[in-house]
Design a protein around this ligand. Structure first.
Ligand code: VGL
Ligand code: ZN
Length: 213
């Protein structure tokens, strides 16, 4: 049978309280992640993570473009939201949240290194020009099912889930383990609808633990 892995998306300081691109209540995902990590460890299931990992002059940064943060423009032919500088490689903001039980994480996949394109999905950049090591790694370990949660619902979680489904993974999303940027009210709800419509199964942590006890 195909193995299962828990994929923790971008639970990094910059998306949490006091960070450069704070997601409201982002820290609340850590406790959910730790409970799922405990559940995985008890079953010998794999835990992995993704990490937004930008060079300091990344093209998605408003400062680099001389634009206002949270407005949009074009980056190398693609529509792009301009973000505050965030998750710069080797800075504290890019580190995974300190309360996350990181000793359980067997591999961490970095993305967003290419200055010319943003990378919301943990599998591909936004135009699928390049691929991370994630899919090859999962294939190597015969992982066919993913439990996905993290930050942010309406960006990196959403695109990671949609790519995982396209690649043929069975995907469960733990909704209370996610929080969104919510540039527009309802973005997170719409993101969950898009994920469900594409074939993901949505669970609360409580439901997940009850169904898989
Ligand atoms: C993310 C915006 C910019 C995310 C990353 O992890 O959802 N959002 N970079
Ligand atoms: Zn980013």
């Amino acid at each position: 049978m195909a193995h299962r892995a828990l994929l923790l998306v971008d639970i990094q300081n910059d998306f949490c309280a006091g960070g450069a691109l704070t997601v409201a209540d982002g820290d609340a995902t850590v406790e959910v992640a730790n409970q799922l990590i405990k559940w995985c460890r008890a079953r010998g299931e794999i835990v992995i993570a993704s990490q937004d990992w930008h060079p300091q002059d990344h093209g998605s940064f408003a400062r680099v473009q001389g634009a206002e943060p949270f407005t949009t423009g074009m980056l190398d032919g693609l529509e792009q939201t301009w973000w505050p500088d965030h998750c710069v490689q080797n800075t504290q903001g890019a580190e995974l949240h300190p309360l996350l039980k990181q000793e359980a994480i067997s591999a961490c996949f970095q993305k967003g290194e290419n200055t010319l394109i943003d990378s919301y999905s943990a599998f591909f950049d936004n135009e699928h020009r390049q691929e991370t090591q994630l899919h090859a790694w999962l294939q190597h370990y015969h992982v066919g099912q993913l439990i996905i949660m993290g930050l942010a619902t309406d960006y990196c979680v959403k695109y990671t889930v949609l790519d995982a489904l396209k690649l043929g993974y069975q995907v469960a999303v733990i909704v209370d383990g996610c929080r969104g940027v919510e540039m527009q009210d309802g973005d997170s709800i719409r993101a969950f609808q898009d994920m469900a419509f594409a074939g993901a199964t949505l669970y609360t942590l409580e439901d997940w633990l009850e169904v898989h006890n």
